[in-house]
Design a protein. Structure first.
Length: 319
């Protein structure tokens, strides 16, 4: 999967299980970051996204001017807060401007041709991004929303240190640096988010919707996986996530605190209750928890939902 029509696969330096698809288009100014869910991975969860962005004409113009970044993390083995912290560290690597090495031939080319002038082989000139889209599936949506909350809190701390303890004017966020500006103005597209917890049959989807497997493995997962415990509908982590996201949105109207939500109509894994700061969810007929985020030649909706997120996104003035 080295080369696509417009996008080229690049491994992220010093970041196992994380990679990018870098566009050759000179007008590329948008970074799209994908975060998988519980027991998912950065390749399989988004199966076909990596190639369909260049094979399907629908929304191709938008995708052609985007770089895609796929974030992998040990989703079952650590708490949501740690995963969110790692996501923020990953975002620090790629926005507002990605590592220049991503635009040039890899070490293999330089090894065999040490005198190679790699500047003539650059995919395109590096330039800062002007837009960020965060795409999450299931637990990945929770990780994204936690990362946004942590960033809002960090931004408020910085502003108070610079301007005084009484500063709570939303316009003050305009004075933050480019990294904060991109992150707090990011658009979110969340597929089957687990931010309101697993449904009563939730584990069934994770374990191939088998009630027998659910009865066998649920106690083990609850005991062994800190993330699984935090995804229960009674979780204090999820309750705090909802309360703080809604209150911060009411106070600051930051775009990244609201999300476009997409569920599969046949999803038996997560609750479809929403946050008050989100518009009504979209339901995809015939799609399950696992398939809702995987585009095919016949099912291009995932590509369209992500590419339309800026125009369809409900702005603060519409809430």
């Amino acid at each position: 999967m080295g080369f696509c029509q417009l996008h080229t696969w690049r491994n992220i330096p010093n970041s196992p299980k994380r990679y990018a698809l870098i566009s050759r288009h000179p007008a590329t100014r948008t970074a799209v970051v994908f975060v998988h869910g519980f027991l998912g991975d950065s390749v399989g969860t988004w199966e076909q996204f990596q190639v369909k962005i260049d094979q399907i004409s629908t929304s191709l113009k938008w995708w052609s001017t985007c770089d895609l970044f796929f974030f992998g993390y040990p989703s079952a083995d650590q708490r949501i807060g740690l995963s969110a912290s790692q996501l923020l560290g990953f975002l620090r690597q790629i926005i507002p401007e990605p590592n220049p090495l991503l635009f040039f031939p890899g070490e293999t080319a330089r090894t065999f041709t040490p005198d190679l002038d790699i500047s003539s082989f650059a995919l395109r000139a590096s330039s800062p991004y002007t837009a960020l889209v965060l795409v999450g599936h299931s637990q990945g949506a929770v990780v994204i929303r936690q990362a946004i909350l942590d960033s809002v809190d960090s931004a408020r701390t910085r502003l108070r240190q610079a301007c005084g303890p009484d500063l709570d004017d939303p316009s003050a966020f305009d004075f933050l640096d480019a990294w904060f500006a991109l992150l707090l103005n990011a658009r979110l597209c969340l597929f089957s988010p687990a931010h309101r917890g697993l449904s009563l049959s939730g584990l069934a989807g994770v374990l191939y919707e088998s009630s027998l497997l659910r009865s066998i493995f649920q106690p083990a997962l609850a005991g062994l996986s800190p993330a699984f415990r935090e995804l229960q509908d009674s979780s204090q982590t999820l309750a705090d996530l909802r309360t703080r996201t809604e209150s911060h949105f009411d106070a600051f109207r930051l775009p990244a605190l609201s999300a476009t939500i997409v569920y599969g109509a046949e999803d038996h894994v997560v609750s479809d209750l929403r946050f008050s700061c989100d518009p009504p969810p979209i339901y995809q007929p015939g799609q399950t928890h696992a398939s809702v985020c995987k585009p095919t030649a016949a099912y291009t909706a995932p590509l369209e939902h992500v590419s339309d997120v800026e125009t369809r996104h409900v702005t603060a003035s519409q809430h």
